[in-house]
Each structure stands twice: as structure tokens, then as C-alpha cells.
Write a protein that binds this ligand. Structure first.
Ligand code: GLC
Length: 556
């Protein structure tokens, strides 16, 4: 397929999208939690950073059992975060600055506080209200065994038994995540219509697209058969699971694509589909389905030249078949930050215990992790397609490992029987200033101490702040700003062809149109290829490219 020039092709083929975890981004009302006005106040920062779009994690009314991924009302804004009018202003102001806005949609499950679920609890077994969720009778003579052997992603059984109106133990409902997140029944046309209405509601307000939560999870195999494995499932399961990546999900996306296409302005959707191999991801990206799907093969790759090369190649080959762009991603609010992963050799999803998931802090070489994360940024931003960066990635934030146990909030912590600390360590409120006032500038309340932000910030947090990094031309923040500026002006970057160059077994090297060369060195120092250095992720040592360093070069 030949590609139109960048200025005339759909924006989502090349976009760099910045993920905002709203609760931790910026707090304008001083309550220690981020909010919509906080995002608005930081739009100039995002503009100066040079991103094309923002993706805002769920901002809907929610009891916050899973920090917004338990939605109680899909068509309003969480009062702690602001109002619908605030959201409309934000979208308009972002658009005025040329920044697109993507919102999160959570269709696999609602909150147990959603009116539909409350109605279902009050209704009879077999009633239409119960049919919107997945209720089943239990097994065993008294129905006191769960309907099948499924476990929840956060730990423990995926079924919860309710008490019926007569006070007796009754049916069970399915929750693939927390108990407070009952799964919808997507076989029910009413659920489908409801979500079509939700999409239109936000499209009418002006959003440019959706990030689809658990996009591989909505359809369950007929008859809800037992899983082959008894452990809690990983989002990226090693074996086929009766609730992940079922063929039926594609019909939903075909109908959603029609809705998106009925609006002007290249509206899009990006799938959070933890599926592998790459050929399965490509199925979500067929021409009548979704625009983007996060490349989790890339995200779960260790800092290893062979694995990265293999995964880049297999991803590009698979999406070429369907004419879709790649969507590279190293970080999000669910995984240990790449600074730590790259230093410790962790691959998300590979372990069950905290130590496996987070690695041994005693072995963490932070400088090494930062060096690799910076090199990774130049790799990711030079590859064909779009990229997603997670707030704080541009500051090379490490995982926060010293949150006291009594402050952990992730449902994984309690559902794993307090064995898995979960994902709070990558969700700590951003440090904007180097002094501790207002939780390092996160909050407008200058009296808020760092430990009183909704997740406590560590005392070393300010050294990573935007303020500190702005003053230092070699900071990671400046590296991202420079990289994004170059990317914006290079016609050959973004979607389009790339060609591997063989410079040795420890190197990833490829060219892009316009005499652009990207080299990433995983091994011993080498001589720099000839040309003009546009940007490097670490200082170059007198014409040499050190280990764990990437460079962008204009060859002549
Ligand atoms: C997705 C979200 C995650 C959430 C889960 C359940 O994986 O990214 O944060 O806990 O879905 O909604």
C-alpha cells in the first residue's frame, strides 16, 4: 500500500498520544486528586512537549474501586474531577491548541453501583434486568459452588454469589476483575445499543476517539467452559482462554467503526487488546474495525536486541497485511515503569508475586534504567506508525517502591490476599516542582504535603520534577521535546517504510525516508556511522556511540 503524504493522511496513523492518568496528573481544586481543570491548566505544557493527542483515563462518576475503571455513569464526569462543562471546555481548548482528545471507554464491565446492576440485584433470576450482566446458578446440590473455574485477573474467583430478596443465597455473577466490576452480557442487544449511545454521546461532545478498555474481553465462549489453567489469568494469557480474544468481539468493532465513520474528522478507537501473536492483534485492525491497537508484544519485550528486533518485525509484518499503522508503547498505568523494567530485565505479565512483578529493589541500577528508557524513547519515536507515552515517561520517572502498605489502593493488593502490591507504583501523582509545597506542585493547595496526595509521593520525587528538568538541557524532558520536534518536522518519520541496516549483532539500526538513520547500541561502544547527529539519548563519547544509547543521524 502506498501512503499519502503525512499532512493528508488520517492523524492516527502517525500520532504521538500522551496518556493522562487523571487522578495523578494535576490537581486544580486542591483535594489531593487530579481533575479536569488540572489537565486544562497543563495544556500549555503538553503543547510545548509536542504531543498530537491526549488519552484521558476514565473520568466518569465512579466509586473508584478500580480508580474509574468501575463506571457508575458513562455519560457524566466524576464530581471529584469536575463537571461535564469542564470537560467540554477542556476538549475545546485542546482542539484550539491542535491537540486531539481520546477518552477511555469501559465496555467489559460496569461498577456495581451502575443503576443497571442495582436493578439486576433487585430483580428475579432470569429477568431482563439480570440478562444485562452474566448471572448463573451455582453448581452443587445447593448451588453453592461457582458456575465454573474462572478466576479474576486481580486474584481469587471470578464469580460472586449474591443474596436474593428473600434473604437466601442466590445466583452468582461474573466479574473478571474486582467484585465491584460485574461483566456485561454482550450477547444482549440492549447492552450493544447502550454502548452505541455512549459512543455517540461523547462523539457529539467532540472527542476524537476512544481507548477501549479490555477490548479483547467482552465476548465469552459459548457455555462458559472451564479454563485450562486454574491460576488467575494474566491479561496476556499464554494459552487460549474462553474469555479473551473470542471471534465475536470483531462484530462489535465493525458496528463501532460505522459509528465513528459517520462523524467527520477521522474519529478513531484504539484497542487495549492483550493478545499475541501479532497476527491476532492485526485482526482488530482490519479496515472496517479499529484504527490502533497497543503493541503489547513491544511493551512486554525486555531490553534485548534480539527480542525487540523480532517483535518489531513480526508486528510490522502482521499489520502490513491489514494496512494498519503500528502503535508502539512502553508504558501505561498497569505496568511497572520501563526505567525499572529495563534495568531489572522484567517482562510484565510474567509473574504472580510482587517480587516477580516488580523485581528486587536491591538490584535496581536506576541510572542504567534511565539510560535504557531514554534510548528506548528514540527507538520508539523513530519506528513507523504512532506511539503512546504515559505521563511521567517524559521525566524518566521510576516505579515508586516505598508506598506504605496501608496506603496501597490497587484492588490487586486486597484481591491477591496482600501478596501483590499491584500497580500503584506507576500511578503516583506527578512532580511538577522541586520543592515539596502542594505535593511537589501537583496540587493547587500549597499546604498539601507530599504524603497527603491521594497516593503518597516519596521525598526524592521532586528531583524528577518538570521544574528541575526544565532547567537542565540534558534532561529527559528536553530529550522528549527535541525528539518530538524533530519527529514533527521529518516527513519520513511516523507511518511509512523503514529499512534495517546491518551494523552488527548488538545494534538495531534502520533508515527512514529523508536520509534519516536511527541506531540503538545494546553492546560495546562503536564508532558512530557518518552523518550529522540530530539527537542522541546520552552524550556521545568523541565520535563513539556508547552502550544503551540511541542516536538519530542525517546521513548524506
Ligand atoms: C484495563 C485497565 C486497568 C483496569 C482493568 C479493568 O486493563 O487498563 O487499569 O484495572 O482494565 O477495567
Amino acid at each position: 500500500m502506498s501512503l499519502a503524504p503525512r499532512s493528508s493522511r488520517a492523524w492516527w496513523r502517525d500520532a504521538v498520544t500522551y496518556q493522562i492518568y487523571i487522578r495523578s496528573f494535576a490537581d486544580a481544586n486542591g483535594d489531593g486528586k487530579g481533575d479536569v481543570e488540572g489537565i486544562r491548566s497543563r495544556l500549555p505544557y503538553l503543547k510545548a512537549l509536542g504531543v498530537d493527542a491526549i488519552w484521558i483515563t476514565p473520568w466518569y462518576p465512579s466509586p473508584q474501586n478500580d480508580h474509574g475503571y468501575d463506571v457508575a455513569d458513562y455519560m457524566d464526569i466524576e464530581p471529584d474531577y469536575g463537571t461535564l462543562d469542564d470537560a467540554k471546555h477542556l476538549i475545546k481548548e485542546a482542539h484550539d491548541l491542535g491537540i486531539r482528545v481520546i477518552v477511555d471507554i469501559v465496555p467489559n464491565h460496569s461498577s456495581d453501583q451502575h443503576p443497571w446492576f442495582q436493578e439486576a440485584l433487585a430483580a428475579e433470576p432470569g429477568s431482563p434486568a439480570r440478562e444485562r450482566y452474566i448471572f448463573r446458578d451455582g453448581k452443587g446440590p445447593n448451588g453453592d459452588l461457582p458456575p465454573n473455574n474462572w478466576n479474576a485477573v486481580f486474584g481469587g474467583p471470578a464469580w460472586h454469589r449474591i443474596t436474593e430478596k428473600d434473604g437466601k443465597p442466590g445466583q452468582w455473577f461474573l466479574h473478571l476483575f474486582a467484585i465491584e466490576q460485574p461483566d456485561f452480557n454482550w450477547e444482549n442487544p440492549e447492552v450493544r445499543e447502550y454502548f452505541e449511545g455512549v459512543l455517540k454521546f461523547w462523539l457529539d461532545i467532540g472527542v476524537d476517539g476512544f481507548r477501549i478498555d479490555v477490548a479483547h474481553g467482552m465476548i465469552k465462549a459459548d457455555g462458559l467452559p472451564d479454563t485450562p489453567e486454574k491460576d488467575s489469568p494474566e491479561m496476556l494469557a499464554a494459552v487460549s482462554m474462553p474469555f479473551w480474544d473470542q471471534d465475536g468481539v470483531h462484530e462489535i468493532y465493525r458496528s463501532w467503526r460505522k459509528i465513528l465513520d459517520s462523524y467527520s474528522g477521522d474519529r478513531m478507537a484504539v484497542a487495549e487488546a492483550w493478545v499475541s501473536p501479532a497476527s491476532r492483534i492485526a485482526r482488530y485492525l482490519r479496515h472496517d474495525e479499529l484504527a490502533n491497537s497497543f503493541n503489547f508484544d513491544f511493551l512486554t519485550s525486555p531490553w534485548d536486541v534480539v527480542t525487540l528486533r523480532e517483535r518489531i518485525d513480526s508486528s510490522l509484518a502482521a499489520i502490513k497485511e491489514v494496512g494498519a499503522p503500528a502503535s508502539w508503547v512502553f508504558n501505561n498505568h498497569d505496568v511497572v515503569r520501563s526505567v525499572d523494567r529495563f534495568a531489572l530485565g522484567l517482562t510484565p505479565g510474567s509473574g504472580e508475586t510482587t517480587l516477580d512483578r516488580q523485581g528486587d529493589p536491591a538490584k535496581l541500577d536506576l541510572n542504567l534504567g534511565i539510560k535504557r528508557a531514554r534510548a528506548g524513547a528514540l527507538l520508539m519515536l523513530a519506528l513507523p506508525g504512532g506511539a503512546y507515552i504515559y505521563q511521567g515517561e517524559e521525566l524518566a520517572l521510576p516505579e515508586v517502591r516505598d508506598i506504605p502498605e496501608n496506603r496501597l489502593t490497587d484492588p490487586r493488593w486486597r484481591m491477591s490476599n496482600f501478596t501483590d502490591r499491584g500497580r500503584d507504583g506507576c500511578r503516583v501523582p506527578l512532580p511538577w516542582k522541586n520543592d515539596a509545597d502542594g505535593a511537589f506542585g501537583f496540587s493547587s493547595n500549597a499546604k498539601l504535603p507530599p504524603h497527603e496526595a491521594w497516593l503518597p509521593q516519596s521525598n526524592w520525587w521532586g528531583s524528577f520534577s518538570v521544574e528541575s528538568q526544565e532547567k537542565n538541557n540534558d534532561s529527559t524532558l528536553h530529550l522528549y521535546r527535541k525528539a518530538l520536534a524533530i519527529r514533527a518536522s521529518e516527513e519520513g518519520l511516523g507511518d511509512g517504510p523503514m529499512t534495517w541496516i546491518d551494523l552488527g549483532k548488538d545494534l538495531l539500526a534502520f533508515t527512514r525516508p529523508g536520509n534519516f538513520l536511527c541506531v540503538v547500541n545494546f553492546g560495546d561502544e562503536i564508532s558512530l556511522p557518518s552523518g550529522e547527529v540530530l539527537l542522541s539519548s546520552a552524550p556521545l563519547d568523541r565520535g563513539r556511540l556508547p552502550r544503551d544509547t540511541a542516536v538519530w543521524i542525517r546521513t548524506s
